[in-house]
Ligand binder design. Structure first.
Ligand code: CUA
Length: 316
């Protein structure tokens, strides 16, 4: 009869840590709120008009009391700050074994792309115990990817990549919400995260047919959009090679100076859509912009392909 859960279930490795911090702060809050309320009410009763109490020589200074109301709250806030900074850092620092799933939010659905090639809408399948890093962007307005059972939430922004990670610890379906009002059907922009046994996940992946992987699809797009003509060793156009670029510093011409910029997701994206904004030192700004010509899911596939070129280089 009483099914009124105050908390969503804990289904990720970070959930209990977030809850512990939350409960700690809740207890402190409840303690001081109660203390202050009790003091207000009891003083109001004790010193009400007409009550016969000693009102001569009220205390005017108490150094011990003053010191304690400075030191105790300071100490408690520092504990909260350190603890939450620690949890926050871990929430945004994916472990090395995490594999990447691409997420595109659009009015009003979630497009989810697995590295092995299978894509899905509003229903994310993930293997139990495996860390998953989400690389997310939006095709139109700001959305927010929210999985209460994992205690994760992150805004998804047009023109930018944001990331999140989680390690699911419980088999089953968990709610996925859009947590940012994004238009008429915002409330329908919901779905599920389906945590499966790793073997079931493998089976599910292969049910999509053994189509090309995300990297292979990215390579096809790379050729179709004529990127390969210039960037894979052309004799005619002098363009930077892309092997080993991802994750490394790139020299950028900035007026007379050369600046180093880390080639992350944002850099690759800007180089495709706004190629004249950051030109690699020693090259002419001749690349045309692909703004409006490549969809967000396709951009993520090309990005995966360019990343894979970096890994090949690093593995050598
Ligand atoms: Cu998307 Cu609300």
């Amino acid at each position: 009869m009483w099914n009124f859960p105050l908390f969503p279930e804990q289904a990720s490795s970070n959930a209990s840590r977030v809850d512990a911090l939350f409960l700690f702060e809740l207890v402190i809050l409840a303690f001081f709120t109660t203390l202050i309320c009790v003091l207000i009410v009891s003083f109001a009763i004790r010193y009400r008009r007409g009550s016969k109490v000693d009102r001569s020589s009220p205390p005017s200074a108490n150094h011990l009391l003053e010191a304690s109301w400075i030191i105790v709250p300071l100490g408690l806030s520092l504990v909260m700050f350190t603890w939450s900074a620690y949890v926050f850092h871990d929430l945004y620092e994916p472990p090395a074994d995490a594999f990447e799933i691409s997420v595109v939010g659009k009015q009003w659905m979630w497009y989810l792309q697995h590295p092995q090639g299978r894509a899905e809408i509003n229903n994310l399948h993930v293997p139990l115990g495996q860390a998953v890093k989400l690389v997310m962007t939006s095709q139109d307005v700001i959305h927010s990817f929210f999985v209460p059972a994992f205690r994760i939430k992150q805004d998804v922004l047009p023109g930018r990549y944001t990331t999140l990670w989680f390690r699911p610890t419980k088999i089953g379906k968990h709610h996925l919400f859009c947590a940012e009002y994004c238009g008429t059907n915002h409330s329908l922009m919901i779905g599920w995260v389906d945590v499966m046994e790793p073997a079931d996940y493998e089976r599910w992946l292969s049910q999509g047919g053994s189509g090309p992987s995300m990297v292979e699809q990215g390579e096809q797009l790379f050729v179709r959009h004529h990127c390969a003509g210039c960037h894979l060793g052309s004799q005619i156009v002098h363009a930077p090679r892309l092997e080993g670029v991802f994750g490394h510093p790139v020299p950028i011409q900035n007026g007379k100076d050369v600046q180093f910029v880390n080639a992350d997701e944002r850099y690759i994206r800007d180089s495709i859509l706004l190629p004249k904004s950051q030109v690699v030192a020693g090259y002419e700004p001749v690349m045309p912009s692909y703004q409006g010509q490549i969809s967000e899911p396709d951009l993520l596939k090309i990005l995966a392909y360019i990343k894979s070129l970096g890994e090949k280089e690093a593995g050598r």
